[in-house]
Design a protein around this ligand. Structure first.
Ligand code: ADP
Ligand code: MG
Length: 264
């Protein structure tokens, strides 16, 4: 039996400007259920603007985008989406919420009014804490843990509704090398285990090459969008990014396959 493949995210000819500056231009692509897309591009290439526009947080000048077939601006079923915004740096000070409370708050968008948490929510909170590897610090105050631990608390919050679409904007930036592998490992299993669609904005070419099924390269416009295999086989890509980027992304250094970098 063939599995029905649904389009989860679609962008059609999106243009977004801030004043005179055009952050996105003629951006079109679609992402289907279960794809793990690494969004890459230089600083200022519009990656954050793109995910915010897809989520209906920025209004495009022209063009359109949709989530689960609904225009982004009208989408309201936020329990289906987990979003980890780009880190603004660590939360410090006496912010009076524990890790457990921050994570539990992720349940609220799925609630009808009145939006209360109940004792029965403990199981979902525990699972999310364990998935993000922070069960051991659940009762610490958010301001008293490291930036990497905080990022994982926000990841747990993004995961708690078992979202069909998970959007992560540079999560690696706040992670120390020890927690990085766990973090990416956790995310990488979701498409196969739960059919989750993942959009990961990252500068980390090695991680992108290792985990992503699809690549979306942005430089205000879409420079490349396609499967990792097409990316690795493309001589155009090599011309644009140089052989080094292709090498780092296409040679899975964990032994996942031969290096496809041609020697000519
Ligand atoms: P990236 O995430 O790839 O680094 P951004 O989407 O954050 O890129 O930014 C794209 C461009 O838009 C940059 O030149 C940035 O300076 C500009 N920009 C982003 N957000 C704003 C904003 N709120 N106001 C004005 N300019 C912005
Ligand atoms: Mg950004």
């Amino acid at each position: 039996m063939r599995k029905t493949v649904t389009t989860v995210v679609r962008a059609e000819n999106l243009a977004v400007s801030y004043g005179a500056e055009r952050a996105l231009d003629s951006v079109s692509f679609s992402i289907r259920a279960g794809e793990f897309t690494a969004v890459m591009g230089p600083n200022g290439s519009g990656k954050t603007t793109l995910v915010r526009t897809l989520l209906g947080l920025e209004a495009p000048d022209s063009g359109s985008s949709s989530l689960f077939g609904e225009p982004s601006a009208e989408f309201s079923d936020w329990a289906r989406v987990g979003y980890l915004p780009q880190g603004k740096g660590a939360v410090y000070g006496n912010f009076p919420l524990t890790v457990r409370e921050i994570v539990a708050m992720g349940l609220l968008p799925a609630r009808k009014f009145p939006r209360f948490l109940s004792a029965g929510d403990g199981g979902a909170v525990r699972t999310a804490l364990e998935t993000a590897g922070i069960a051991g610090i659940a009762d610490r105050l958010i301001g008293e843990i490291s930036g990497g631990q905080q990022q994982r608390a926000f990841l747990a919050r993004a995961l708690i509704n078992n979202p069909e679409l998970l959007v992560l904007d540079e999560p690696g930036a706040a992670l120390d090398p020890l927690t990085r592998d766990n973090f990416y490992g956790t995310i990488a299993r979701l498409p196969a285990e739960k059919g989750t669609t993942v959009i990961l904005v990252t500068h980390d070419t090695a991680e992108a090459g290792r985990y992503a099924s699809h690549m979306l390269f942005l430089d205000s416009r879409v420079v490349f969008h396609g499967t990792r295999e097409d990316f690795c086989a493309s001589s155009e890509v090599e011309g644009y990014f140089g052989p080094f980027a292709q090498h780092v992304m296409c040679h899975r250094h964990d032994g996942g396959g031969p290096c496809p970098l041609r020697s000519s």
